[in-house]
Design a protein around this ligand. Sequence first.
Ligand SMILES: O=C(O)CCC(=O)C(=O)O
Length: 321
Amino acid sequence: MDGEKLTSKTDSEDLKTTLQSCIDSLTTEANELYLDQTVPVLNSPPAPLQFYRDFISPNKPVVIRNLINHWSALRKWGPSYFRETIGNLQVTATVTPNGYADAIHDGKFVMPEERLMSMSSFLDILDTPGKEVFYIQKQNSNLTDEFTEILKDVDSDLKLGEEAFGKQPDAVNFWMGDGRAVTSMHRDHYENLYCVISGWKKFILIPPTDLPYIPYEDYPTGIFKQVDGTWSVVDDPNTIQVPWIAIDPLHPDTASYPQYKKATPREITVRAGETLYLPSLWFHHVQQSHGCIAVNYWYDMEYDIKYNYYKFLEKLTSVIK
Ligand SMILES: O=C(O)CCC(=O)C(=O)O
C-alpha cells in the first residue's frame, strides 16, 4: 500500500485492519519483551540510579518496602492522633452518594460535592458512616498547604524521588477516606510515589501500551449536590464536555467495548509502610480499606520521546476507532 492513495472504503477498511494488527502486536511485544506480568516488590529501597535505570526509564511500576520506615507518621497517624493535633483544622472532604468522585454516573462525568469541615467531624463520620461516602482527596498539595501541623511526621520531599527525578515534587497530597470510596480509572501526566501509612490500597494498573483498548467517550459534566438529604446531579456551568474512560474495570462492559478484553491489567495491593512507584501515563483504578491513610508525591513527567510516542499512539487509536 506504500505510496498509494486510498481510493475506496475497502482500502480504508484494510488499512484499519492492518493498523489494528500492528497495535495488537505492540501490546503482545511490550508484554513479552519488557513489562513485568506482576508488579515486583523490592524489600529495600533501590539506589536512585538503579531506580531510574530499572523502573523510571522503562516506565514500569514497582512496590518499594522500607523506604518510609523512619516516618513517625507510620506510628502516630490515626484517628486519635489527628483528633489531638488537628481536630479543629478545617479540611476539604469530597462527598458522594455512591463512593465515586470524578466518575461516570448516568451518562455524565460527575464530580463530588466538596464540604469544608473540621477534621474531628470528618473522623466522626468515618467512625459511624451514613449513606454518603466521604473522602479527603483534594489533589492540590493539600498535605503541604492544609495539613501543615502534621507535615513534620513525613518527609516533605522523598530523597529517592528528589534524586531520581532530579527535582522537588510538584504536589504532595494527603488521602484518607471511607472504604467505599473508589477512584475511577484514569491516568496522569505525573510520576507518582504513593506511600500508604495505614490500611491498604488496591490498584488496578494498565500499561500505556494498552491505550488503544481503553475506551474514551465525551461526557457532559455534572456535580453531585445534596439538598435536604436528597442527592441530585447539577450541570457544571464551567465545563461542557470532558473525555473520560467509559469502562469500569470492576464490571467491564465488554459487550459495548469488546477491545477492552485485550487489555492486560495488573493488580497490586499496597500496604502500610509500602510505596508504589506508579509511572506516568499508566491507567489506574483505586480501592481502599476503611480509614486508609496515604500520602503521595507527584512529579510532573518529562515531556520526552516516551510522551511523544504515547501521544502518537493516542492519535493512531482515534483513526481506527
Ligand atoms: O488513592 C486514590 O484514591 C487515588 C490515587 C490516584 O489516583 C493518584 O495518586 O493519581
